[in-house]
Write a protein that binds this ligand. Structure first.
Ligand SMILES: NC(=O)c1ccc[n+]([C@@H]2O[C@H](COP(=O)([O-])OP(=O)(O)OC[C@H]3O[C@@H](n4cnc5c(N)ncnc54)[C@H](O)[C@@H]3O)[C@@H](O)[C@H]2O)c1
Length: 370
């Protein structure tokens, strides 16, 4: 830690999500964190972000191994492109705490290596490894989670209608100032693409169809938010009853503990700026609906709608209550949790083992596509 007890963070991957969310919130939380080092394979992006956040040249790196080895940091944020396991392994080997963006990786082998390294670093040096599953830290989600878990404990929850209607990200990010330089060396880009294709083949097999390979990218890149959020509500999924892909769209029927079925849809809205991610959870005589905003809108609240019946003068009446739990941003709250875990020895709510299971489940989902 720095002399003033702040956690010194090194950021690996200084692109959109680092610039839109993580770096601004790290700066806001400057009583707890210092932005101490940066790494990016784009020299122009690295220089622009370093200038904005006042990170000196000697703490700016093109290679994440150098950043991870630096004595100037205590923790890393990993939000580069491609698999996050190689930089995570480098960070954990150097006894640095790690906050790791989704998706973790694209193969079972890497997910297992990550979970094992996280456990070893925890036992060896008390290192914290947290997945940046920000929706699990969203106050609206957490309010809904308490209600859904109560329904589940009472044995009344039987069905979840989960839908994720996804327009082009640009429609929600264009208003944010993002510095991006088109100067990533061609060899680095080509190596990244080769590694990604090899990972797809390793996970889906050499005979995988174009539909499977395409859907795998969507499942890992976007549906992962649904998979980890549903696990937080319902527990680990037990079975894939059915899955169908058409175009870029995906529909699935999934079975969760206590017989709960989830009807899941991910649809490509293209240029229609109407992001919608919603879990409608049905119990006996009640429904709890959690409606998330686009992740790129800072402090836009997740709304929970509670519907039930109550006794009225002339018989039962339907009631609907709309809950705005808070305007606290999920991306900021995940950093507060990371800080608490490091300074108070707590286990992260979204740890490495869960990320391994999510990765394995998504591989199963893609393999089940016919
Ligand atoms: N939690 C969320 O809602 C959310 C939203 C957007 C993106 N993400 C995740 O964050 C990650 C980055 O996404 P993005 O939208 O910021 O992408 P991006 O392309 O804008 O940024 C990625 C940055 O990483 C750099 N980079 C690539 N390989 C690198 C390497 N080996 N070492 C160092 N730097 C490297 C690139 O040059 C680029 O600047 C992805 O894993 C993505 O899934 C999460």
């Amino acid at each position: 830690m720095s002399s003033d007890e702040r956690i010194r963070v090194g950021v690996i991957g200084c692109g959109s999500i680092a610039q839109i969310m993580h770096l601004p919130y790290l700066r806001e939380l400057d009583d707890r964190f210092a932005i101490s080092a940066l790494c990016d394979v784009s020299p122009g992006t690295l220089a622009a972000v370093a200038a904005k956040y006042g990170v000196p040249d000697e703490h700016c790196f093109a290679d994440y191994h150098d950043l991870c080895a630096s004595p100037a940091i205590d923790a890393v944020l990993i939000c580069s492109s491609g698999s996050h396991v190689p930089p995570a392994l480098a960070a954990l080997a150097a006894d640095k705490h790690a906050l790791v963006e989704k998706p973790l990786c694209y193969t079972r082998r890497e997910a297992q290596a990550f979970a094992a390294a996280a456990q070893a670093a925890r036992e060896r040096s008390g290192i914290v490894t947290q997945l940046a599953y920000m929706k699990r830290y969203d106050p609206g989600y957490q309010y809904g989670q308490r209600r859904v878990r109560a329904m589940q404990a009472a044995g009344s929850l039987f069905f979840v209608d989960a839908r994720h209607m996804h327009p082009s990200n640009d429609l929600y990010t264009a208003h944010h100032p993002v510095h991006r330089a088109p100067d990533v060396p061609a060899a680095v880009r080509a190596a990244g693409q080769r590694e990604h294709q090899a990972a797809l083949t390793e996970s889906l097999g050499p005979e995988a169809t174009a539909a499977q390979r395409g859907a795998f990218g969507t499942l890992m890149g976007s549906s992962i938010h649904d998979i980890y959020s549903l696990r937080g509500l319902l527990g680990r999924p037990e079975a894939i009853v059915a899955i169908e892909v058409w175009g870029r769209n995906i529909a699935a029927l999934l079975r969760y503990p206590n017989g709960v079925r989830v009807s899941y849809t991910w649809a490509d809205l293209g240029q229609l700026r109407e992001f919608r991610q919603e879990f409608a959870c049905y119990g006996a005589d009640e429904r709890v609906t959690i409606t998330f905003p686009s992740p790129f809108l800072r402090s836009a609240p997740t709304i929970v709608t509670l519907q039930a019946m109550e006794a009225g003068q002339d018989g039962p009446v339907h009631t609907e209550t709309r809950v705005t739990a808070s305007y606290e941003e999920a991306f900021k709250r995940e950093w507060l949790h990371f800080h608490e875990c490091i300074t108070q020895g707590r286990e992260p709510r979204t740890g490495a083992e869960a990320a391994q299971h999510d990765t394995e489940f998504i591989i199963e989902l893609a393999r089940a596509i016919r």
